[in-house]
Design a protein around this ligand. Structure first.
Ligand code: PGA
Length: 256
């Protein structure tokens, strides 16, 4: 299966800086036919970067979108407006859920909106520290996964990418809080099991599952070799060209 390296730039870089950074990545990143490299700049940079990027090398993702196509939604941007500019949209990132109060209903409607606008949804799911402590990880993941996919037609299911991001492991600075590859393997296996029970074996084996949470060049190799993991969603390390390129090079070696 193809491997994915997705850089989530969050609210970093001006439009000019984004352009310079993309230029640098386009020069440095290796190409591999089984590797999909995606970056998610901030909304204002998407349109100019879409004219600059070489889609054979780097594709663009939005960091979120509004589920409605058009209308009186001040400040919002829809998948219909993003169509043709991005190939992917990150949906349900924990920061969107926690800081911007995006609900499961918003997430599921945005997944459907992305698909109807020919944008691949990267559906983020993940438990918080408290949910983990109380042994609720499986219940939370099942709800977020099946909830997020509930408006997707059978034929569109194969177009979705899943990202498992345990909230407690995002942007951590201490190794003690990093997710262990064994734990990720268990969760990725659980996600495939839920997919198999709900949609059958073909979907369960074909949907890419990415891991995200403090990925950097020192742990990327270990995460990429976890069974059932098909790529990485990278935050902080994607903002440093050398680190992002190194992660992509590691992914390339794992693919070879
Ligand atoms: P991080 O962010 O790599 O900085 O932990 C990952 C994410 O939030 O997608």
């Amino acid at each position: 299966m193809k491997s994915y390296i997705v850089g989530n730039w969050k609210m970093n870089f001006s439009v000019g800086e984004s352009s310079v950074y993309l230029h640098k990545l386009l020069q440095k990143l290796p190409r591999h036919r089984n590797l999909e490299i995606v970056v998610a700049p901030s909304l204002v940079a998407l349109q100019p970067l879409s004219l600059q990027t070489d889609r054979k090398k780097i594709r663009l993702a939005a960091q979120t979108a509004n589920p409605h196509d058009f209308g009186a939604y001040t400040g919002a941007v829809s998948c219909t407006q993003l169509r043709g500019i991005v190939d992917y949209c990150i949906i349900g990132h924990s920061e969107r859920r926690q800081l911007f109060h995006e609900t499961d209903k918003d997430v599921r409607a945005t997944v459907a909106a992305a698909l109807r606008n020919q944008i691949t949804p990267i559906l983020c799911i993940g438990e918080t520290e408290t949910e983990r402590t109380f042994g609720e990880t499986h219940d939370v993941l099942r709800d977020q996964l099946l909830g997020g996919l509930s408006e997707v037609s059978t034929e569109d299911l194969s177009k979705v990418v899943i990202a498992y991001e345990p909230v407690w492991a995002i942007s951590t600075t201490t190794d003690a809080r990093l997710a262990a590859p064994d734990d990720i393997s268990e969760v990725a296996g659980f996600i495939r099991q839920i997919l198999r029970e709900s949609y059958g074996k073909t979907i369960a084996t074909s949907l890419p599952i990415l891991y995200g949470g403090s990925v950097n060049p020192s742990n990327a190799g270990a995460y990429l070799t976890v069974p059932d993991v098909n790529g990485l969603l990278v935050g902080s390390a994607s903002l440093i060209a050398d680190q992002f390129v190194e992660i992509v090079e590691i992914a390339k070696r794992v693919q070879d």
